[in-house]
Design a protein around this ligand. Structure first.
Ligand SMILES: Nc1nc2c(c(=O)[nH]1)N[C@H]1C(S)=C(S)[C@@H](COP(=O)(O)O)O[C@H]1N2
Ligand SMILES: [Mo]
Length: 254
């Protein structure tokens, strides 16, 4: 099933989808996004499920574990997190493969609040990056500086509804200033780092260490225009492939 995709470590069993979503035809609007998102185009459809072709079973009691460069590795429960104020963000979403979705409304907890209330006092002062892991085996490293910006969320809701498995339940990172590959779905673990861990050759090619949309940081290798052109050319195939995985999931689930 994962042919053609970078192989990532799998930490859990990925079984049947708990819900099914089918996009048979997706088209791109001719409307370009603003100059703050160079090279992006809005999709005419609602947000597709995109990324690894895997579905997760929702844990009954989701937690967020914190380890790495801290004097107190620990586990945050939903109850802990609910002590924080809710924060909402409206933002366009930009996938590095050049599709965007306008004006999504997310809410949850500001990463800066989670950091301040539960992590900062135990963290090694030299922490510069955080590595996040997801229940589908996906993982990303993000500079702390980007994480502490306004608008960065650990989201629980999209469009005022609890996140579905399709879009990252139970918890999802949202970093509007970065490409979608950093907005990790199905978050369950974060590791504090005093330097970024070296990434594999594949992820160096596919993912920029920071990934700012306004600076078109698509990849850490090659010129942005090369990647923009290549992705735009391949995008119809990527979208068809993503829709196909969802079709197959629907068939095997029934
Ligand atoms: N856990 C996990 N998070 C992920 C991915 C993934 O495959 N697994 N794909 C990333 C990419 S490349 C994009 S564009 C967005 C897509 O989010 P969506 O499926 O909600 O549209 O999720 C990001 N976060
Ligand atoms: Mo993406």
């Amino acid at each position: 099933m994962g042919a053609g995709w970078p192989v990532l470590p799998v930490f859990c069993d990925v079984r049947r989808p708990t819900a099914c979503y089918v996009h048979t035809s997706m088209s791109l609007s001719s409307q370009a996004t603003s100059e703050k998102a160079p090279g992006q185009r809005f999709l005419n459809e609602s947000m597709p499920r995109y990324g690894l072709p895997k579905w997760i079973d929702l844990p009954s009691d989701p937690t967020l574990s914190i380890f790495g460069a801290t004097t107190l590795p620990h586990l945050l429960t939903q109850q802990d997190l609910r002590k924080l104020p809710l924060t909402a963000v409206n933002a366009d979403f930009h996938c590095v493969t050049t599709w965007s979705v306008p004006d999504l409304h997310w809410h949850g907890w500001a990463f800066a609040d989670v950091w301040q209330d539960f992590i900062a006092e135990f963290a090694d002062p030299a922490v510069s990056h955080v590595r996040f892991s997801a229940l589908d085996g996906y993982a990303v490293t993000i500079p702390l500086e980007e994480l502490l910006k306004e608008g960065v969320l650990i989201a629980t809701h999209l469009s005022h509804e609890p996140l579905t498995v399709k879009h990252g339940a139970p918890l999802r990172l949202v970093l509007p200033q970065l490409y979608g590959y950093k907005s990790l779905k199905h978050l369950y673990r974060l590791e504090l780092l005093t330097r970024p861990i070296p990434s594999s050759a594949t992820s160096r090619i596919l993912i920029h260490p920071r990934g700012r949309v306004d600076l078109e940081e698509r990849s850490s290798t090659g010129l942005p225009l090369f990647w923009r052109t290549l992705y735009r050319w391949q995008l119809p195939n990527f979208l068809r492939q993503a829709a196909g995985w969802q079709e197959r999931d629907r068939e095997t689930a029934s």
